[in-house]
Design a protein around this ligand. Structure first.
Ligand code: SF4
Ligand code: SF4
Length: 169
């Protein structure tokens, strides 16, 4: 994990070490990394992989998000794709509904509405399962592979999500 804006640090938070998939460590999404010391830090801090050393969740990078958004307290991680800029709400499968608690759900749905208006999406990630968050509901999409993208289509009554496979893009 990197140093955040305004000097924010992970301290006792280790949640991304559980929630994210790290293929070269053979670590699936939603299970603790073999090197993690939950609530303490990384057991191989000095030699941790580069992607761990440089990663910073949105709480680390957005000082306007209060301490209630710190992942160890919220029990989910807000993450932004460094290439597309798309925002994800990455939840702990053991506490998959934590994001629905106040004040989180109302704010997340507001972000989702703004993202859709701008042609984007806010994704809900539970393990490898993906849903698109809408202002009043979610659409389950399933498991995406690297490079896949989602197109939201509104048919005049409601939204539908179509997966664009990376090979076909
Ligand atoms: S989820 Fe954020 S605050 Fe928590 S350990 Fe990861 S980068 Fe640090
Ligand atoms: S190597 Fe360390 S920083 Fe990376 S996921 Fe495992 S415990 Fe976390």
């Amino acid at each position: 994990m990197a140093l955040g804006i305004g000097g924010r640090t992970c301290r006792t938070c280790t949640l991304c070490c559980k929630l994210f998939e790290l293929p070269h460590l053979q670590k699936p999404a939603g299970r603790w990394c073999q090197h993690a010391k939950p609530g303490v830090g990384c057991g191989i801090h000095a030699t941790r992989p580069g992607e761990c050393a440089t990663y910073a969740c949105m709480w680390m990078m957005a000082p306007n998000l209060g301490d209630e958004w710190k992942p160890e307290r919220a029990r989910f991680v807000l993450s932004r794709d460094q290439v597309s800029g798309a925002m994800s709400v990455v939840v702990d499968p053991a506490q998959a509904t934590a994001w629905r608690r106040a004040p989180y759900e109302a704010q997340i749905r507001q972000w989702a509405g703004a993202a859709i208006s701008a042609g984007g999406q806010v994704l809900l990630m539970t393990g490898r399962k993906v849903s698109v968050i809408l202002p009043n509901s979610e659409i389950e999409v399933g498991v995406l592979e690297a490079g896949d993208s989602i197109q939201l289509i509104h048919d005049g009554a409601r939204f539908h999500a179509q997966v664009i496979k990376a090979a076909a893009a």
